[in-house]
Write a protein that binds this ligand. Structure first.
Ligand SMILES: [Zn+2]
Length: 75
């Protein structure tokens, strides 16, 4: 869930203002770069993403999920 969605409650009864707000504040659909990879568990995007082996988890969620996915922790 994006940060910009949190401020949408103000526009509940104002659809035209909502449309204008979305037009100027919605994040772009990225083709490449940091903003493209989204964590499949929590939906975060940006820094700390693990995309190796097609995991697509952020580092926080990877710590929780790693055992169930099949990673082993040595020592
Ligand atoms: Zn995550």
């Amino acid at each position: 869930m994006g940060e910009y969605l949190k401020s949408m409650k103000i526009f509940e009864n104002k659809p035209s203002k909502m449309a204008r707000f979305r037009k100027h504040n919605m994040p772009k659909a990225r083709k490449y770069g940091l903003g493209k990879s989204i964590c499949r568990n929590c939906g975060k995007k940006g820094m700390g993403m693990i995309t190796k082996y097609g995991l697509y988890y952020c580092r926080h969620c990877f710590r929780e999920v790693a055992r169930t996915v099949g990673f082993k922790k040595y020592s």
